[in-house]
Ligand binder design. Structure first.
Ligand SMILES: [Zn+2]
Length: 132
């Protein structure tokens, strides 16, 4: 997948932030803006047999039960969606640095000025990712 394709996919997907809303022992909904009714993305839950067994044992929701995703996978879906714009911006900044006209003296007087610019861009980009 190219960066352009990834950026287009990100733009077409439901806007974030996404979260998991846990209804009860039998269902969780991945949703936008914390609203599983107005902004559902998808529901997950165990099969009827496992849901009934959990109900009879008075168990709460459990990631990884039967057909539900493992908790790490569920969290990764949310984290990737919520960081997608920042991650794409990081990749675009790497492209900007890779394409920089290092030896064109109209852009950079010398390698020190180029290195300072690269370091500055890297620090700025990392900070923007960490602020998500
Ligand atoms: Zn089951």
């Amino acid at each position: 997948m190219t960066l352009t394709e990834l950026a287009r996919l990100e733009e077409m997907a439901t806007e974030g932030p996404w979260t998991w809303y846990i209804h009860d022992y039998s269902m969780a909904t991945l949703c936008a803006d914390g609203d599983p009714i107005e902004n559902p993305i998808m529901d997950v839950g165990p099969c009827k047999s496992c849901a009934n067994a959990a109900k009879n044992r008075h168990e709460e929701w459990k990631w990884g039960r039967c057909l539900t995703p493992k908790e790490n996978n569920a969290c990764l879906i949310v984290a990737l969606r919520n960081h997608a714009k920042a991650l794409i911006a990081c990749a675009e900044e790497l492209r900007n640095i890779a394409d920089a006209k290092r030896f064109n003296r109209d852009h950079f007087r010398d390698d020190t000025e180029f290195a300072d610019w690269v370091k500055s861009r890297a620090i700025h980009t990392l900070r923007s990712l960490e602020e998500v």
